[in-house]
Design a protein around this ligand. Structure first.
Ligand code: COA
Length: 306
C-alpha cells in the first residue's frame, strides 16, 4: 500500500504580535527572544475550528479533491473549541462531511501521531482512500500573557494535508513514545494557562527528539546522509540545531517557519511542510523526516518516501 500527501493547506490569523510588541508589557527584548528561540513574531486570533476549516479547504483545493471523497478526518489539537463535541465535528459540519472524525491530542507531537494513525486506518481492510489530517492550535488562548517564560514562544495556526492512496509515497518507519514521568515540566490544567520549566524542557526535548529520529532512521535502514528534508516541530531553533548536530544532518535540510509563527503546537509540522513545498523541496522520491515533541513528554517521528 502506498499513500501520498496530495495537497497541503495552511491558515494563520491576521493579527501579528512582534517581539517588540511583547517587550512593551513584559521584561524582554526582540534580541533576547530571537537569540534564545529564533522567534521573531507570532500570529494570534481565530479558533481551532475556524483555522482548521480554512486550512482543510485549502488542502482539498490543492489536492484537487472534493469533501465527498474524504473518508476520515483526524484533527490534531491540544486546544479544542470545547471539551466536547470534538472540534473535528465542526470541521465536518463546515465541509458537509459525515465520515468518521475525531480529535487527537499528543500536544506538540500531534501531527506525527495523527499521520501514523491515519496511515494505519487507511491500510486497514476497507480503509478510506482519502483522509483529511489537520493540525490546528489556538495556543494564545492558553498562554499567560504576563509570563515571559512562555508568552514569547507560542502562536496560533493550522496546517492540513489530504492523504491519498497512490502508487507514489510510502511510510518507511516511525517511532512514537511518551515519558509520563515528565508531565510536570510542561502542562496546562483545565481552564488554566501553560506552565513550563523551560530549561528542563529544552534539555529533555533535545534528548527525546534525537533518540526518536535515530530510532526511526535505524528502523528504516536510512542513514542521516540519505535524508533530504527534515520537518521538525517548530518550538525553538536551538532545539532543531542541537538535534541536527547530534544526528549529523545539516541544518540546511530543515524547513522552518517559527521565526514568523512561534510554536503553533499541532500545526507546526504541516506549516513547515507547506514551506518546504513552496521552496520546491518535496519532490517525489525524496526522503522526508517529520519529528515532533512536547508535553507528556511525548515524541513522534515518521520517515516517509515522498
Ligand atoms: N526575556 C528576557 N530574559 C528572559 C526571558 C525573556 N523572555 N525568559 C527568561 N529570561 C531570563 C531568565 O530569567 C534568566 O535570567 P538569569 O540568568 O538572570 O536567571 C536568563 O534569561 C536565562 O534563562 P533560561 O531559562 O536559562 O533561558 P534559556 O536559554 O533556557 O531560554 C527558553 C529560555 C524558554 C527560550 C528555553 O529554555 C526554551 O525554549 N525551552 C524549551 C521550551 C519549549 O520548547 N517548549 C515547548 C516544547 S513543545
Amino acid at each position: 500500500m502506498a499513500i501520498r500527501i496530495a495537497g497541503i493547506g495552511t491558515a494563520l490569523p491576521e493579527k501579528v504580535v512582534t517581539n517588540d510588541d511583547l517587550a512593551q508589557h513584559m521584561d524582554t527584548s526582540d534580541t533576547w527572544i530571537r537569540e534564545r528561540s529564533g522567534i521573531g513574531e507570532r500570529r494570534v486570533g481565530g479558533t481551532t475550528s475556524t483555522m482548521a476549516i480554512e486550512a482543510a479547504q485549502k488542502a482539498l483545493d490543492a489536492a484537487g479533491a472534493t469533501p465527498a471523497e474524504i473518508g476520515l478526518v483526524v484533527l490534531c489539537t491540544t486546544t479544542p473549541d470545547q471539551t466536547f463535541p470534538a472540534t473535528s465535528a465542526a470541521v465536518c459540519e463546515a465541509l458537509d462531511l459525515t465520515c468518521g472524525a475525531f480529535d487527537l491530542n499528543a500536544v506538540c507531537a500531534g501531527f506525527p501521531y495523527g499521520f501514523i494513525t491515519a496511515y494505519g486506518i487507511m491500510c486497514a481492510p476497507g480503509g478510506p482512500d482519502k483522509v483529511l489530517l489537520i493540525g490546528s492550535d489556538a495556543m494564545s488562548s492558553i498562554v499567560d500573557w504576563t509570563d515571559r517564560g512562555t508568552a514569547i514562544l507560542f502562536g496560533d495556526g493550522a496546517g492540513a494535508v489530504v492523504m491519498e492512496k497512490h502508487e507514489q509515497g510510502e511510510l518507511l518507519s516511525f517511532d512514537l513514545g511518551v515519558n509520563g514521568s515528565l508531565q510536570s515540566i510542561l502542562y496546562c490544567d483545565l481552564g488554566d494557562t501553560i506552565k513550563m520549566e523551560g530549561r528542563e524542557v529544552f534539555k529533555r526535548a533535545v534528548r527525546a527528539v534525537t533518540a526518536s529520529v535515530q530510532a526511526a532512521l535505524d528502523d528504516a535502514g536510512i542513514s542521516a546522509d540519505e535524508v533530504d528534508v527534515v520537518l521538525p516541530h517548530q518550538a525553538n531553533i536551538r532545539i532543531i540545531d542541537a538535534m541536527c548536530k547530534r544526528i549529523k544532518i545539516p541544518m540546511e535540510k530543515t524547513y522552518n517557519v517559527l521565526e514568523f509563527t512561534g510554536n503553533t503546537s499541532g500545526a507546526s509540522i504541516p506549516l513547515a511542510m507547506a514551506r518546504a513545498q513552496e521552496l520546491g523541496a518535496l519532490e517525489p522520491g525524496k526522503i522526508v523526516l517529520m519529528t515532533g515533541f512536547g508535553a507528556g513528554m511525548a515524541w513522534g517521528t515518521a520517515v516517509v518516501r515522498w
